[in-house]
Design a binder for this molecule. Sequence first.
Ligand SMILES: [Mn+2]
Length: 332
Amino acid sequence: MLVQLDDIVERIKKGKKFLIIGHIKPDGDDISSVGSLTFILRRMGKTAEGCIADHIPWFYGDLDGVSEIKKLEDLRNYDYDTSITVDASELSRIGDGALLLKNGKPDITLDHHKTNVGFGELDFHDSAYAATAVIIYEIAQKLGVEYDLKMANMNLLGIATDTGFFKYSNTDSKVFRYAADLVEKGANIQKISSAVLEHQTLKELKLFSEMLNTLNVDMNGKLAWAYVSYDMLERNNCTDEETGGFVGEIRSIYGVEVAILFIEWPKNQVNISFRSKNYVDVSEIAVYFGGGGHVRASGCSIKEADLKETMDKVINKTKEFMLKNEQLAGLN
Ligand SMILES: [Mn+2]
């Protein structure tokens, strides 16, 4: 049931033992939201454990507090009275974390994805929020919780990463205001940006150069796409984890409105990332193919799929969507 943030705050006040669950393929906002909410609740004198039922990319491990987020196995016997999912648009996004839920659904869901379906007892989701970490910060304010250094850094992580370090179109005045508050409390943006943005490995760069060889443009340079095949990943001793920044690089090409990256991983599965710059709502394209996300960043996975066939299908559909969006934007 969709409720106001104040209703969530009242429900949180009633709980004593909490389980916070993030989504699989965790990103900075997910890790930040799980960590921050866990620490906020502990600070209030409540018992809280954070869980991500998937591998957390190694480079986040340098940040204070990330190692306190638990794996599914650690929490199988954990008893709680309130479960909260963060940054997940639907139940399947929390992966095996769902095994920890009583009655098959969380008590509270907190999210900012446009494609959120509302799958909790109480749901708060609003795509006007740049990050779930922004929602978490507002909850902490409403609860009157004082932040320590670890909490300030943890909360800033999600705000920074989901705004592309304060440069995406979702970077509103609230983002700067909350980030300023967190910096005032001691958060170190340089440490966060260095950990998240400056961890490239040699094999990752080699994979990137191979990906660039597959780059193509169409729609007068407004659509660009590239792929990373299973063979390319294997050859460079990489997993899909090493492709995190690739699609952003494709979008950064001058004149490109929509960027698509196709990643074949594991074999016979194609994971597709969409990015847009100004006017195309790529969440619509992702939803069409069974995925979801945001207006400017979305994704989907197609199982039992052939890479080339999937690319043809998705690129053609994307062109259709782009033409529709151009008409809506009055560009033709
Ligand atoms: Mn997010």
